[in-house]
Ligand binder design. Structure first.
Ligand code: FES
Ligand code: FES
Length: 159
């Protein structure tokens, strides 16, 4: 079947999509958007998190057909290599990226959190990111990155 959706502000099509195919597979393998990562394919790790009509979802759990005509934003849609989104820049600056496999999902989840709450405390950050697993960092630098992005978003200086 053919899937047509608005992805990162553009109309994108994928042909020959099979009925059981996930949105994650379509994004990565058919639409040239490998930013969202496939780590568990079971909705457990959050590395495939994208916005679907403004709501963060695990793209590995969304059937491709459910995305027909809908609005999708992936980590590639939040910033570009030349012009990173402030959340992306904060993850780099705080040293919150090691292997990077969890990072795209954490960026989307953090973007969503800071859209809803510009001043989360550490407990609220941990709660909001509970669905995003990281095997490398121990989470401390991830919390630092979210706090850094939040403070910059509020216009505060923070080393
Ligand atoms: S790959 Fe989707 S939740 Fe892990
Ligand atoms: S940086 Fe490796 S899984 Fe998070």
């Amino acid at each position: 079947m053919r899937i047509t959706a608005h992805v990162n502000g553009e109309v994108k099509q994928a042909d020959d999509v099979w009925p059981g195919e996930s949105l994650l597979h379509v994004l990565r393998e058919r639409m040239g958007l490998p930013g969202s990562k496939n780590a568990c394919e079971q909705g457990e790790c959050g590395s495939c998190t994208v916005y679907l009509d403004g709501v963060p979802v695990c793209a590995c759990l969304v059937a491709a057909g459910q995305a027909e005509g809908r609005e999708i934003v992936t980590v590639e849609g939040l910033g570009t290599p030349e012009d990173l989104h402030p959340v992306q820049q904060a993850f780099l600056d705080a040293g919150a990226v090691q292997c990077g496999f969890c990072t795209p999902g954490l960026i989307v989840a953090t973007h969503d959190l800071l859209t809803r709450d510009p001043g989360p405390d550490d407990a609220e950050i941990r709660e909001a990111l509970a669905g995003n697993l990281c095997r490398c960092t121990g989470y401390v630098k991830i919390i630092d990155a979210v706090q850094l992005a939040a403070s910059r978003q509020r216009g505060e200086d923070r080393p």
